[in-house]
Design a protein around this ligand. Structure first.
Ligand SMILES: Cc1cc2nc3c(=O)[nH]c(=O)nc-3n(C[C@H](O)[C@H](O)[C@H](O)COP(=O)(O)OP(=O)(O)OC[C@H]3O[C@@H](n4cnc5c(N)ncnc54)[C@H](O)[C@@H]3O)c2cc1C
Length: 409
């Protein structure tokens, strides 16, 4: 099993109790088998189950124990690739359709959170996307025009506007409305619990080690413990472990990233409306607050895919992140309380990998690579449900694994 994160994560400690799902201990038949119980697999499980598909979700470790527990919980319709760049990459119509689908997915995530009996920290937030340098300003203005033309709720803030709301000055920023934050660990655990109560079968500590197709066309999965699952359809929601099984198909880069959470701040008055904040630089810094008054900041991506193990080396990165935070918010007082390093995946054309295996019938992928993994998880669940039912979905050609935009990268 691959190490996806190192350090001291914040989210797992926010949930008093996690339900345990028994490992698979008998052979099974099902309509859909979902491999992976993170954000992507769990949303698929919940959506499939709610749509009348019979499904089993198989997780080799614990639900939400993979990269989901390192996720900083920012839910945004804007992507790592700006809309104006995506228009150049795939054309205006498709790029706008993709951005609007991201916006719809934020709404669906909100509905899902609202349907739970527990508060999982889902709150609507606006985002501040600032120009990291003066040189980035023309591009940011172009992006603002593209977002506005797409019908998204955005404003452009001047340096004075930014100064009037925050303790820092930047040469310009896009403010977008309709984004959100969530506690990803609570969200995924509670969605899994609710889906299990509604009939989704979930097994933890169930490692899928082999997959073949029977003469009947059914798929046969084998667990490390020797049990078999026969399924009509198989969805891989295996996160950043694509070297396994057929995930080799995708064109992606795996890096490592860093994040920290401070202790509870005495006051967050200098943080206007608890905005989500990020910037135009690549890799970018991003930050948010938590419901109990902490600050989360992440970034400083590095080329290695292995999370950094050395505590001392991680401390250097978290001190750097903290310095960057204090440069923006000098009035913050609370020290670093949690810090971690984690593997982070990006696709080469900045779009997620969602769709059928081009060479294996009834095998599908939900691989939401990029900073918007949660939003992609929701898009994937709807899209794959439609494909499994034999229905069309408008994003199919934009995000499929053998799409045009991947052929040149
Ligand atoms: C530092 C950091 C910050 C991030 N911040 C954000 C953010 O603010 N917003 C956002 O939307 N996204 C963010 N992301 C991206 C985030 O990783 C994704 O959003 C999402 O949580 C990934 O979920 P997943 O289900 O695809 O992967 P995972 O959570 O890794 O789940 C995959 C699961 O598959 C299981 N698995 C793999 N192979 C097998 C097998 N053979 N058999 C059984 N089980 C298997 C693994 O054990 C794992 O639990 C961030 C990522 C990192 C690293």
């Amino acid at each position: 099993m691959k190490e996806l994160h190192t350090g001291n994560l914040y989210w797992p400690g926010t949930l008093d109790h996690t339900r345990e799902f028994e490992p698979l201990r008998q052979n099974k038949k099902t309509q859909v088998a979902i491999i992976g119980g993170g954000m992507s697999g769990t949303i698929c499980g919940s959506v499939f189950n709610g749509s009348g598909l019979s499904a089993i979700m198989l997780e080799r470790g614990q639900v939400a124990g993979g990269s989901t527990s390192a996720n900083t919980g920012m839910i945004q319709f804007s992507n790592d690739i700006m809309l104006c760049d995506l228009i150049e990459q795939i054309g205006k119509q498709d790029a706008q359709a993709f951005y609007r689908a991201c916006k719809d997915a934020v709404n669906m995530l909100e509905k899902t959170a609202e349907s739970l009996s527990v508060d999982v920290g889902f709150r609507r937030r606006s985002s501040l996307y600032y120009a990291s340098t003066e040189q980035d300003l023309p591009k940011l203005k172009k992006e603002y025009e593209a977002l506005k033309a797409c019908g998204l709720d955005v404003e452009f803030w001047s340096p004075d506007d930014i100064m009037n709301h925050f303790s820092f000055r930047k040469s310009g920023a896009i403010v977008s409305h309709g984004d959100a934050e969530v506690n990803p660990f609570q969200f995924v655990n509670c969605v899994a619990n609710a889906a299990a109560d509604a009939g989704l079968e979930i097994h933890e500590q169930t490692d899928i080690v082999a997959h073949d197709t029977l003469p009947s066309g059914l798929h046969r999965l084998r667990t490390a413990d020797g049990y078999e699952i026969e399924a009509e359809h198989v969805v891989y929601a295996i996160g950043y472990e694509p070297e396994e099984l057929r995930g080799k198909l995708i064109k992606s880069e795996l890096n490592r990233s860093f994040a920290l959470v401070t202790s509870v701040q005495p006051t967050l008055q200098s943080w206007h409306d608890r905005f989500l904040i990020w910037e135009t630089a690549r890799p970018y810094l991003y930050m948010r607050t938590t419901l109990d008054g902490r600050v989360v900041i992440g970034g400083l991506d590095e080329d290695s895919e292995k999370p950094l193990r050395s505590e001392q080396e991680r401390a250097k990165r978290s001190n750097k992140l903290h310095e960057r935070l204090m440069a923006l918010f000098p009035k913050l007082q609370a020290p670093i309380e949690f810090e971690w390093s984690a593997t982070f995946g990006e696709s080469r054309d900045n779009l997620p990998f969602i769709g059928v295996d081009p060479a294996w019938k009834n095998v599908y992928y939900s691989l939401g690579y990029g900073g918007n993994g949660s939003v992609y998880g929701m898009i994937a669940a709807q899209l794959l449900r439609d494909l499994i039912r034999g229905d069309a979905h408008p994003l199919t050609d934009i995000v499929k694994l053998d799409r045009k935009s991947l052929s040149s990268v």
